[in-house]
Design a protein around this ligand. Structure first.
Ligand code: MG
Length: 456
């Protein structure tokens, strides 16, 4: 089957290409199943700037109304804003209409529980079962749901952000950082200009219009940030920021035009937060080990979870972590809320830079240095990816292993992580080492071993 005709189903929702895998019928069925799962109460609906977002919003709201759920429509907003609105408005749940960093033809539903977190495995399974069996009933005329709109979700988000005790807005206003922000024509355009105004930054925006027509590949990885890097240098800015279209991932560009790589967004936040408050951190298994070095310096430690925001957020709540996140530029500050939040990351980074009293590249140089190489192996559809990875585990049984998610082999100063995808016939192979060559060598070695296991 062509990739574009598939419907990707995960615990936190569904994803597909509009008009191909993701048809109106499929969307309605999932939304109605979710409405049945959520039970009585209001459901917050927010969407990113995708061109198909408005059509999806109408479907989602009609689907919820048809099963008797009331809707609070908060409009075009970042994903973390919807998560916070669920909590703030005491809703029964929420639906985010976004395909995050996927290309323009994709859209998706991300389903939230009543605490603003993504659905966990058990909750997601329940929704999936209701959808598969169509085990929901339609409301009759007298109990059809209603829709109200709420226009202040972005302002609420920023209000909660700027009063955090770690952020000195007066000092930031006095410093007046010159920043360049690339919103990729996503939902960042509805929040980051206001945030920069509140911090009185001298801000230059590129791709600010939330039109959903992405001017570049929307994933904020270094290869896609050329325009931002050039603008930072040309405008003699202190720092550059890029976000993905639903504003839960943040990437940083130094004043010399060098992208720091997404892993360092969280590493910087770790250095800043642990210097302020003692406590533990949470990150997924494939996030940089710079975090462990930083935690050690502050007599702290990093608890590792499976990959995925819900795993990180749940663990952070369980152990009352100071900071949590993922190496893809996703920062979670439990004091604010339990979701990855790029506006938060931007504010924390500026405060950090202010207190450091140097350039962002000097601040970056002061952190433990590692390079990560991320690769993947595409398997024939029939391959037993779990079995192939299992063999790697057996062959490396004498090494230090972390089996939280796939197999991670830990060496003195480096590691390799091998993880089969749940939704596609691929195995992800990632390695990190103090230098790029060593990380690359590890990736090549294990890709070769995986291929041997595949044919052997
Ligand atoms: Mg995203």
């Amino acid at each position: 089957m062509d990739e574009k005709d598939k419907l990707m189903i995960s615990v936190s929702g569904i994803r597909g290409v509009i008009g191909r895998g993701l048809t109106p019928e499929v969307v309605l069925r999932y939304v109605q199943a979710y409405g049945a799962f959520a039970g009585d109460g209001k459901i917050v609906v927010g969407r990113d700037s995708r061109v198909t977002g408005e059509m999806m919003r109408r479907l989602v709201e009609a689907g919820l109304m048809s099963v008797g759920r009331d809707v609070i429509d908060i409009g075009l907003v970042p994903t973390p804003t919807t998560q916070m609105a669920v909590e703030k408005l005491h809703a029964q749940g929420g639906i985010v209409i976004t395909a995050s960093h996927n290309p323009i033809e994709w859209n998706a539903l991300k389903l939230l529980a009543d605490d603003g977190l993504f659905l966990n495995a058990e909750q997601g399974e329940r929704v999936g079962k209701i959808a598969a069996s169509c085990n929901f009933s339609f409301a009759t005329w007298e109990s059809i749901g209603k829709v109200e709109t709420y226009a202040d979700a972005v302002a609420d988000h920023l209000d909660a952000l700027v009063v955090l005790p770690y952020i000195d807005t007066d000092a930031l206003r006095t410093r007046k950082f010159r920043v360049v922000v690339d919103c990729c024509n996503g939902a960042g355009g509805v929040i980051l200009p206001d945030l920069c105004k509140r911090l009185d930054c001298d801000a230059i925006f590129i791709n600010r219009e939330p039109s959903g027509v992405f001017p570049r590949n929307p994933e904020p990885v270094p290869d896609n940030l050329t325009e931002l890097c050039e603008t930072v240098v040309a405008e003699k800015a202190d720092i550059g920021f890029a976000v993905d279209p639903d504003v839960d991932r943040l990437a940083i560009v130094a004043e010399n035009g060098k992208p720091l790589g997404e892993e360092y967004t969280l590493a910087l936040a770790a250095e800043f937060m642990l210097s302020k408050r003692p406590g533990k951190m949470v990150a997924n298994v494939s996030t940089t080990r710079a975090l462990d070095d930083i935690a050690e310096k502050y007599n702290s430690r990093v608890e590792r979870t499976k990959v995925g925001e819900i795993h990180v957020a749940t663990k952070a709540r369980e152990i009352n972590a100071v900071l949590a996140g993922e190496g893809n530029g996703g920062i979670i500050l439990p004091d604010l809320h339990l979701g990855r939040d790029a506006p938060l990351g931007l504010a924390l980074t500026l405060q950090h830079l202010l207190e450091f009293e140097g350039t962002i590249s000097a601040l970056y140089d002061s952190l433990p240095q590692y390079t990560m190489v991320k690769d993947r192996l595409t398997l024939p559809g029939t391959a037993d990816s779990a079995g192939i990875v299992e063999k790697i585990k057996d062959e490396n049984a004498d090494q230090s292993l972390d089996l939280t998610d796939g197999v991670k082999i830990l060496y003195e100063r480096s590691w390799v992580h091998i993880r089969p995808s749940n939704t596609e016939p691929i195995i992800r192979v990632m390695a990190e080492a103090p230098d790029c060559e060593e990380a690359q060598r590890l990736v090549e070695r294990f890709k070769k071993e995986l291929l041997t296991n595949l044919t052997g």
